[in-house]
Design a protein around this ligand. Structure first.
Ligand SMILES: NC(=O)c1ccc[n+]([C@@H]2O[C@H](COP(=O)([O-])OP(=O)(O)OC[C@H]3O[C@@H](n4cnc5c(N)ncnc54)[C@H](OP(=O)(O)O)[C@@H]3O)[C@@H](O)[C@H]2O)c1
Length: 329
């Protein structure tokens, strides 16, 4: 293992709303792990829409906690230092982590022991870094919110996944193969073959009239919709749901929360459920294990050097990635 440097390269932004233009390449001190943290030499980081949404001010004034801020939550790399209370990791171990306070777009990052998991040799750093937020979002949407079992023991369900070519959607479709599910998916025309190869039984081009209407080609109604796209009105969902169908909204805005409250008050049978992903270690371990066993294959859109992190940032903002966007120091 190389000696830990005192300074590292990183990408920072300094305010809300600055976009790609406010990403600056800087040399900053390597962070020191607190007693329950590990210091990771980053091999690969991945970008999620939440990274640039935080920069836009979606959680203003709470997050980021302070400026300048090194963004990014998902990293895979090698543990190079451990805090005094850390029990589960040793220097030299390969890990994947969710960073609670950003820091992924850098050569080194600190992660809480509780949101760090081991990366076995069968899982590459790129595959691992592609997992955390998007994989956890898909997993928690299906299991905790939709109540599906990923061991095939549940009753047969019809599920629709919107934006199945994106970071979250690709995992939702693949995980649904482990459940007793018939999967309909939406994506752009160029990704139809890919989404079918991930396990979707039926695929709709979202720019066609049937795609806009979310109409199942085989005439099925959906028990569950995992909604990873934007701007689809409730009336479109409602027309396609079974009588007790559920929509899990991965991007809950104010309108979703008002709608959830209204449905509760009126005892509506068709439910709208907001997703707030949590960095649960056991869920991330499960995803890593699936990749190790060849049951889950992260789709990688592109890999960008840290020196060109702004290209990765702009690509994510553009909203047309196929799978995950990665960055490497
Ligand atoms: N609540 C949470 O805790 C949580 C956690 C994770 C993610 N999220 C949110 O979930 C959403 C999805 O995240 P992501 O990482 O999957 O995004 P992403 O990777 O940026 O999604 C891009 C993909 O979406 C496709 N797409 C765009 N509009 C579509 C539409 N109307 N119908 C079908 N496909 C469409 C694009 O296809 P084309 O290129 O063909 O247009 C592209 O392949 C984001 O808003 C993110 O912030 C929330």
């Amino acid at each position: 293992m190389d000696k830990i440097k005192s300074m590292m390269r990183a990408v920072q932004y300094s305010k809300y709303g600055g976009g790609v233009a406010d990403l600056k390449h800087v040399e900053v001190p390597v962070p020191s792990p607190k007693k329950d943290e590990v210091l990771i030499k980053v091999e690969t980081a991945s970008i999620n829409p939440i990274d640039w949404k935080l920069q836009d001010g979606v959680a203003r004034p709470f997050l980021p906690r302070k400026f300048p801020h090194i963004p990014g939550t998902d990293v895979a790399g090698e543990v190079v230092q451990v805090g005094s209370d850390v029990q589960s990791f040793k220097v030299g171990e390969n890990v994947v982590a969710v960073l609670g306070n950003g820091g992924a777009l850098a050569e080194y990052a600190v992660a809480n022991e509780g949101s760090t998991v081991s990366r076995p040799p069968e899982v590459s750093a790129r595959e691992a870094a592609a997992l955390p937020i998007a994989g956890l979002a898909a997993h928690q949407s299906l299991t905790q919110l939709a109540g599906l079992k990923l061991d095939g023991t549940g009753p047969e369900v019809n599920v629709l996944v919107t934006a199945a070519s994106g970071g979250v959607g690709q995992y939702a479709v693949q995980l649904l193969k482990l459940a007793n599910a018939h999967v309909t998916a939406t994506c752009g025309a160029r990704n139809i073959d890919l989404v079918r190869s991930l396990g979707a039984d039926e695929v709709l081009d979202y720019r066609t009239p049937d795609g806009v209407a979310l109409k199942s080609p085989s005439g099925r109604k959906y028990d569950v919709i995992i909604h990873c796209a934007h701007n689809i009105p409730w009336s479109t969902f409602e027309a396609n749901l079974t009588s007790k169908g559920k929509v899990v909204d991965t991007t809950p805005g104010f309108g979703t929360l008002m709608s959830v409250a209204f449905k509760k008050i009126t005892f509506a049978k068709k439910q709208l459920i907001p997703l707030f992903t949590s960095p649960k270690k056991e869920n991330l371990e499960f995803l890593v294990k699936l990749v190790k066993e060849g049951k889950l294959k992260p789709v990688i859109d592109s890999v960008h050097p840290l020196s060109k992190a702004e290209e990765a940032w702009a690509k994510s903002i553009d909203g047309h990635a196929t799978g995950k966007i990665l960055v490497e120091p």
